[in-house]
Design a protein around this ligand. Structure first.
Ligand code: ATP
Ligand code: ZN
Length: 283
């Protein structure tokens, strides 16, 4: 049976548990447990700190894991990134005090930079031929310049609000991160087959997110006009109604463009429009 390592508490825990749940796999969300059995898929669930997940997967303590790409790159463990999961988005950026006249990446030559991601930062500076002092600190990286511990920082940014509050300005994004599924590179054939099934479920779940199933009644002679409003779709499903002048049209629309499309469909004569949540798109 596969063992998956997930974050026990913190920013990725809830989204990981709900991805699994939407894929029909129920895991206990309790961070008090170390390990439990999931329902709905043969899977052991191991709850760990995110920092320990890449190593647990590389050692084979867990076969697979869900963790931020930032941790994968920082830990440099022998794991395969097999799938992006579409949540936990953030970026790792270099930021400088706002009064600094920043002249581009060369500005960092000889400077002291505080970070909790020393490996990624050293690799970045090495790639750019910059010699800087990388100071590893565990937390509150953003206060380091104000207290004189560093000239600049390299840290996780999501909205940028924390940087501004600390008088800093984001200059260069080094990596964009999101939660990813990682796997031990040496899984046996049985575990590979189980992983493929799990990835199929996750892919179907992720692809269905934000999709709506829309049904409407439409005058028969307006079908071509209505179909033209929905580019990129395979031809919509058309069903006859008792009144031979009318049909029922069924389409899948992403919620981002739902109202815009519905307004246009109404203009072509669509009525009795039903919008239903879509649970899964299985290709
Ligand atoms: P742990 O106790 O498991 O070590 P942590 O404090 O290191 O937790 P969290 O703050 O829970 O980690 O963040 C987990 C991951 O969430 C990060 O490694 C990153 O991939 C992602 N993430 C997304 N947005 C943010 C953000 N604004 N700040 C920090 N991490 C973020
Ligand atoms: Zn952590």
């Amino acid at each position: 049976m596969l063992t998956i390592a997930i974050q026990n508490k913190g920013r990725l825990n809830e989204d990981t548990v709900s991805l699994m749940s939407d894929a029909g796999i129920s895991a206990s969300a309790s961070h008090r447990k170390l390990i439990s059995d999931a329902k709905g898929f043969p899977l052991h669930v191991l709850y760990l700190r995110d920092d320990d997940i890449p190593q647990a997967v590389a050692m084979g303590v867990a076969d697979i894991g869900v963790v931020g790409l930032n941790e994968v790159l920082e830990k440099e463990e022998d794991v395969d990134v097999v799938m992006k999961l579409g949540f936990g988005g953030c970026r790792l950026s270099l930021a400088v005090p706002k009064e600094v006249q920043y002249t581009g990446i060369r500005w960092f030559e000889g400077k002291r930079v505080a970070t909790s991601y020393p490996v990624i930062l050293r690799n970045f500076f090495a790639d750019h031929g910059i010699h800087a002092f990388v100071h590893e600190i565990a937390g509150s990286v953003e206060v380091a310049p104000a207290v004189g511990m560093a000239d600049a920082i390299f840290d996780i940014v999501s909205s940028g609000g924390t940087l501004v509050q600390n008088g800093l300005r984001e200059e260069d994004t080094v990596i964009n991160s999101e939660a990813v599924l990682i796997a031990n590179p040496h899984l046996d054939e049985e575990k590979r087959a189980a992983l493929a099934k799990l990835m199929f479920r996750f892919t179907s779940t992720i692809e269905s997110r934000g999709m709506k199933y829309v049904l409407m009644n439409l005058p028969k002679d307006k079908v071509a006009e209505a179909a033209a409003i929905l580019p990129g779709m395979k031809s919509p499903t058309i069903m006859p109604l008792a009144d031979s002048q009318w049909v029922s049209m069924h389409v899948v629309i992403h919620e981002n463009e739902l109202w815009e499309k519905i307004e246009k469909l109404k203009e072509t004569g669509a009525t009795d429009i039903l919008v239903l949540a879509l649970e899964n798109v299985i290709k």
